[in-house]
Design a protein around this ligand. Structure first.
Ligand code: GLA
Length: 408
């Protein structure tokens, strides 16, 4: 569902639904990751940018302890809860088992954020009414869930004057909500990009220290094109948690085998050369190739950011291609439909680089395409993909947008 004027329609619908006008309107973007995939929980670097599509909310504080959620994407059905419902643990209490509620019910994301605020000491003094609308295709790997979390954090900070919470704090609390309350063991990249995005820039983030710089996305005569395969990444959360566990296992083996006293805090702390000198300790070939991806992808990300700064877009594209190959063969988080889009995309003149983006198992590819070739790229891939899989791929030529903000 695409709203022409989300702000106006959200405001009207809120008033109709809850019988009162919203206090304010809010927005948090989705993201596309250019390079640095599955490195963010390995202490490596990532290079995403925020999009101009994302999640919107209209909200208003209540006097009592009720919270009412609804989404324009889901027929505006209202879910009403109490902040004091012991089963929901919205006071910040609870063990991982009690809390982990899964992604099945979308309200677990905003509930998780209320829980994460309370856990950090910011308990809600009263309830609120909220209406959401999102224009990120769900399950497409463009971080609709992270945008929902960061957005909810922004609303809570603003409605209840939690002024000490920084933009970065919104990202951290969003991730905490997803890890503990939803039970998806994601890294920090998506929430960070949604909270900290800067128009026309990508974010070069060290996920180990959370130090970051923004880098202008100067692509000369090229554009960023996202292709939605329409394959929803349903397997994502369980397979994702498995990949993460495999990387942790590899790290432990390397740490235990280390004889010269060098500390290895994360896979991201090793250069490819350092890794190659140690990898014989990892006997299981599957675990070895997962670790190899994490180490080499981090190195590719560092090189890609330098290449972009030097204006070497061709090199940036080569590294994107190498990233895909590693995700396809070593990390095994792609799928046949996406591999097809990538392989066929590479044959088209003017395609500088193309790869899967996001968590994987479906979703989208991200490509850098020469401006004069964008049209051919979309038409050619669309026809080939339809013929092969019977699916209508969607194409978005994107600009990097601003991080989460209150709408004027
Ligand atoms: C998902 C996670 C991120 C990141 C990517 C893979 O989007 O939410 O934290 O790990 O997958 O790079």
């Amino acid at each position: 569902m695409e709203l022409k004027n989300p702000e106006l329609e959200l405001k009207q619908k809120f008033t109709e639904l809850y019988g009162t006008e919203p206090e304010k309107l809010y927005f948090a973007p989705g993201r596309v990751n250019l390079i640095g995939e599955h490195t963010d929980y390995n202490g490596g670097h990532v290079f995403p940018c925020a999009l101009t599509i994302g999640s919107y909310a209209a909200a208003k504080k209540r006097e009592d302890r009720k919270v009412r959620f609804a989404s324009m994407n889901i027929r505006c059905e209202v879910t009403e809860i109490s902040l004091d419902d012991p089963e929901l643990h919205l006071d910040g209490s609870g063990t991982q088992e009690e809390l982990s509620k899964g992604a099945g019910d979308w309200t677990n994301y905003p509930k998780g954020v209320i829980w994460a605020f309370a856990e950090a000491g910011d308990k809600l003094p009263s309830g609120f009414d909220i209406l959401y609308y999102g224009n990120i295709p769900a399950g497409s790997g463009l971080s609709s869930s992270a945008s929902l979390e960061v957005l909810t954090g922004l609303v809570l900070r603003d409605l209840f004057d939690f002024e000490d919470v920084s933009q970065q704090g919104l990202a951290v609390r969003g991730q905490r909500a997803e890890n503990v309350y939803v039970g998806m063991n994601c890294g920090i990249m998506d929430q960070f990009a949604s909270a900290m995005g800067k128009e026309a820039n990508a974010i070069f983030l060290d996920t180990n220290t959370l130090e970051f710089t923004t880098a202008p996305l100067v692509l000369k005569n090229a554009k960023i094109v996202i292709t939605n395969s329409k394959v929803k990444h349903q397997l994502a959360s369980s397979e994702y948690n498995t990949r993460r566990a495999e990387c942790e296992k590899a790290l432990k083996i390397l740490q235990d085998a280390e004889k010269d006293g060098r500390e290895i805090p994360s896979l991201g702390s090793l250069t490819p050369e350092e890794y190659d000198a140690r990898k014989a300790a990892i006997k299981d070939p599957v675990i070895e190739k997962r670790a190899r991806h994490a180490v080499y992808e981090n190195a590719r990300t560092l090189e890609a950011v330098s290449a972009l700064k030097e204006g070497n877009i061709a090199r940036f594209g080569e590294l994107m291609n190498a990233s895909h190959d590693s995700l396809q063969y070593d990390y095994e988080v792609s799928c046949p439909e996406i591999d097809f889009l990538v392989a066929e995309g590479r044959k088209i003149d003017g395609v500088i680089g193309t790869r899967i983006t996001g968590g994987g198992f479906g979703g989208c590819t991200v490509s850098i395409v020469r401006e004069d070739a964008v049209d051919t790229f979309c038409k050619t891939l669309s026809a080939l993909y339809k013929e092969k899989y019977g699916l209508d791929a969607e194409f978005y030529v994107v600009d990097a947008g601003e991080g989460a903000h209150i709408l004027k």
